[in-house]
Design a binder for this molecule. Structure first.
Ligand code: PEP
Ligand code: MG
Length: 888
């Protein structure tokens, strides 16, 4: 059996590469080991591997004897290093027990501090520290935390008891509580525990405490909030969390002690200056939980904010200097911006965590570009370091600096970006309203990790309490949600569902706007402007373009989308869905007339009305895109999608066509299909009603000739036939397109280059790609339909059950979002191979939604496609993802 427990601190060095493995020890465990080994002050401890967590969860919550033995040995390592024994009544060793997965999941799993205290060891701690108040405060914190996290008791009961105790003594703040007050409260806490557990007392055995906490941390991997976080961040459920057990150091031993959270650079903007917060005489979780509003780390940040409470730089200059040295060391070592937790115990600095810091997209770009300039990393590393999906944050409108703002209050600028939306006061409401399409701003006194689903559903987050490094802020930055925290003028009344800011009372549902860049909260909506893609963004894109092999096109069908996509760097159109043009109100009646006609003649009459409209569409698109290639797909959806529905629509149509309403209704009835996605759609329309495709082909070629004549820039139409399953279908339709082109070229007295090709979106087409390539000059993989037809899962109905499939690990991700590499991917690879065998130069692309998904783009690179095509806002994402894929 492989080693399950790894120690760190106290001079241990591991030769075993497993001891550096983040997948095995979690990010926190691996980094604690690494910090200790480069000589930083880390309290000694040990890490139980993620493998053990997975085993524990799979095997029904059992600890093996060998694990118990390894933990006992590791505990001795801590005891020896600090010179205290666990459970020693005279001078007890206390430990923290923390989770730590492969990737950080801030606040999503459990932590217990001060473990090892009981009725006897608390007296020892009081004697050794010479501070009764500290010892009893630590014990009451422990009882409270352990009862919540391990025993699963309602933490509200303990908070209530504390509030009552303060009230009875006439105190306002916890700091007024004396040693005796804390001692009395511990007594009450123990009574609560016994009552809530039917007489079972709070555990006094320190080993029972330890194993209880380890079990709770393992179990917290499967807590609801952890599951939601994993789903939102594509973290597989099979990874498990490690457990870190570490000697306690105390930030709550008076005014020379403190605890804090810091980033080596500003995680919101990427600016190179220390960024963080600390609390004097406080314990670790006080800062991250956002319970007390913390103080600034640096003098300059304090001055800039106008705060009066001294910064750490001013209040504890020696510890601050040491911390600054550690920051620099860590950045040089990890070559990235670090997010750090530290504690100062009676003037001595201790490092409790370091990890690469979560950052906004703007900060990610600045950090990447700056670090290349500083010589810390190279261009390739910079490209690989920016999460392509994060770019989405930068592509959307921001508040117009010249717009009028009715500022209600200003809080802390915790996560940048701007959002307007309706006030909602709890996470469930946020989710429900967002589901019905409303933009909402989640407003809370403080957010707790249980709010994660509401934060995700919201466009922005406003909290009355909490600092810049509270969980709300960290999670919001990671999600790219604007967040204003610590807006202390905000008071929330959940009973009346109102929010008051100064004299202004707002109701749930009223609209506010947040500016996460300066912390402003504004009444009503504020105008926005389109983003400018310059500076660091442009630089990184330029580097990415220099390293990618695949082309990036766009899926677009309006001139506005084409223009935007081109601005975002699209190198052509990969899919122009012509059916969207048919829905336009001015033409839908001609389309309906065409569909309901009972003869070719009737259809041709209606199509003649559509021809000039389609020609205009294509002219505008070619003008926007020439001389880049434009793949235009001929009509694809089942015709009944265009049919009138309500009585008045039928009446209107009767007037236009001269047919009676009853006749039209009967025709519509005849067109009904049981399974339209597998019915009369795609190239089957062209086979049965060739005049439709003929009209579209004519419109394409006439427009292309006109644009070439007018602008001198010839567009390159790539006419694409959808839903082909056999070579013969393509043969017939290609001839139709070629004949139409020849006719138009004769009429216009000029020729232009064009291609005819097909989508590969049926398994049969993939299998027969060798034969189909004889007729196709290009393939574009329509992986939406290919996924649907390969999995036998309806695109339109999958929502009802697919999330359960992903939760249960049947699919690692939604296969309509990220390509099913094992199944659908195999068909793609096979079609690529067979298509190229027939026609070596065949052009290969992808135009399903997967063309904008970084993981799928990685697959496309490996499979050797020539280009990916994505919706306009995904074009920059695809450019970066394609470069990353090429570099991997
Ligand atoms: C596809 O099926 O992947 C595709 C791009 O076509 P549509 O989504 O229009 O069916
Ligand atoms: Mg399709």
């Amino acid at each position: 059996m492989s080693q399950m427990v790894y120690t760190f601190g106290g001079g241990v060095r591991h030769d075993d590469p497993r001891a550096k493995d983040k997948n095995l020890l979690g990010g926190k465990g691996a980094n604690l080991g690494e910090m200790a080994s480069i000589g930083l002050p880390v309290p000694p401890g040990f890490t139980i591997t993620t493998e053990e967590c997975v085993r524990y969860l799979a095997e029904g919550a059992n600890f093996s004897d060998s694990l118990r033995e390894e933990v006992a040995k590791a505990l001795q390592h801590i005891e020896k290093t600090v010179g205290k024994n666990f459970g020693d009544n005279a001078d007890p060793l206390l430990v923290s027990v923390r989770s730590g997965a492969r990737v950080s999941m801030p606040g999503m799993m459990d932590t217990v501090l001060n473990l090892g205290l009981n009725d006897e060891t608390v007296e020892g701690l009081a004697a050794v520290s010479g501070d009764d108040r500290f010892a009893w405060d630590s014990y009451r914190r422990f009882v409270q935390m352990y009862s919540d996290v391990v025993l699963g008791l309602d933490h509200g009961l303990f908070e209530e008891a504390l509030e009552i105790a303060k009230e009875e003594n006439g105190y306002f703040a916890d700091t007024e509580m004396s040693a005796d007050d804390w001692r009395a409260l511990v007594g009450q806490y123990k009574t609560i525990v016994a009552q809530e557990q039917n007489g079972e007392p709070f555990p006094q055995d320190v080993h029972e405490q330890l194993w209880g906490a380890i079990a709770a941390v393992f179990d917290s991997w499967d807590s609801d909030r952890a599951k939601v976080y994993r789903r939102l961040n594509d973290i597989p459920g099979g990874w498990g969390t490690a457990v870190n057990v570490q000697a306690m150091v105390f930030g709550n031993m008076g005014d020379t002690s403190a605890t804090g959270v810091a980033f080596t650079r500003d995680p919101a903007t990427g600016v190179k200056e220390y960024y963080g917060e600390y609390l004097v005489n406080a314990q670790g979780e006080d800062v991250v939980a956002g319970i007390r509003t913390p103080q600034y780390l640096t003098k300059s940040a304090r001055e800039a904010s106008g705060a009066t409470a001294p910064s750490m730089e001013e209040a504890m200059p020696a510890a601050y200097q040491e911390l600054a040295t550690v920051f620099d060391l860590l950045e040089k070592h990890y070559k990235d911006m670090q997010d750090i937790e530290f504690t100062v115990e009676r003037g001595k600095l201790w490092m409790l965590q370091t990890r690469s810091g979560k950052r906004t997209a703007a900060a990610a770009l600045k950090l990447a570009v700056d670090m290349v300039a500083e010589g810390l990393i190279d261009e390739k590393t910079a490209i690989l370091r920016v999460d392509p999906m994060a770019l989405d944050q930068l592509l959307h409108p921001t508040l117009d600096p010249d717009a009028k703002r009715d500022v209600l209050t200003t809080g802390l600028p915790a996560s940048p970006g701007a959002a307007s939306g309706k006030i909602v006061l709890d996470a469930d409401t946020a989710e429900a309203w967002a589901e019905r399409g409303e933009a909402v701003i989640l407003c809370r006194v403080e957010t707790s990790p249980e709010d994660i689903h509401g934060m995700h559903a919201a466009k922005g987050i406003l909290t009355a309490r909490g600092g810049m490094t509270s969980h709300a802020a960290v999670v919001a930055r990671g999600m790219g949600r604007p967040c204003v925290s610590g807006a202390s003028a905000v008071s929330i009344d959940r009973k009346t569902r109102t929010l008051r800011i100064g004299s202004v009372e707002l109701k749930e549902g009223d609209i506010i706007t947040l500016d996460g860049a300066n912390g402003q909260v504004m009444n009503g909506r504020v105008d926005t402007i389109e983003p400018k893609l310059e500076g660091n963004f442009a630089k990184l894109m330029e580097w990415a373009d220099g390293h990618r092999r695949m082309g990036v096109r766009t899926n677009a069908e309006t001139p506005a989308d084409c223009a935007m996509a081109r601005q975002f760097g699209a190198e052509g159109i990969g899919l122009c869905r012509t059916e969207h043009m048919f829905f336009d109100a001015s033409r839908v009646s001609a389309v309906r007339e065409m569909i309901l006609a009972e003869s070719e003649e009737g259809r041709r009459k209606a199509l003649a009305k559509l021809l000039p409209e389609q020609r205009k569409d294509f002219t505008e698109i070619f003008e926007a895109m020439a001389p880049l290639p434009c793949t235009i797909r001929l009509l694809d959806p089942p015709l009944h999608e265009f049919l009138p529905t309500g009585d008045h629509e039928f009446a209107d149509l009767a007037e236009i066509t001269g047919f009676g309403v009853d006749h039209l209704k009967r025709r519509a009835e005849e067109l009904h299909e049981f399974n339209p996605m597998l019915g009369h759609r795609g190239c089957r329309l062209g086979i049965t009603y060739p005049e439709i495709y003929e009209m579209q082909a004519r419109a394409i070629f006439e427009a292309a000739c006109d644009v070439a004549d007018k602008s001198g820039l010839a567009p390159i139409p790539e006419v694409m036939i959808p839903l082909v399953g056999t070579k013969r279908e393509l043969e017939i339709l290609r001839k139709l397109v070629n004949d139409t082109a020849a006719t138009v070229f004769t009429e216009k007295g000029r020729e232009i280059d064009y291609l005819v090709g097909t989508m590969i979106e049926l398994p049969r087409a993939a299998l027969m790609a060798g034969e189909i390539a004889e007729e196709a000059m290009f393939f574009s993989f329509g992986t939406n339909d290919l996924t649907q037809t390969t999995l036998g899962v309806s695109r339109d109905d999958a929502g009802r059950f697919l999330s359960t499939y992903v939760e249960k690990g049947i699919y690692a991700r939604d296969p309509f979002v990220s390509i099913d590499v094992d199944g659908v991917g195999q068909l793609v690879s096979l079609a690529v191979e067979r298509g190229r065998a027939t026609r070596p130069g065949i052009k290969l692309g992808i135009c399903g939604e997967h063309g904008g998904d970084p993981a799928s783009i990685d697959f496309c690179e490996k499979t050797g496609l020539d280009y990916v095509s994505a919706s306009p806002y995904r074009v920059p994402i695809a450019r970066l993802a394609a470069a990353q894929a090429a570099l991997r």
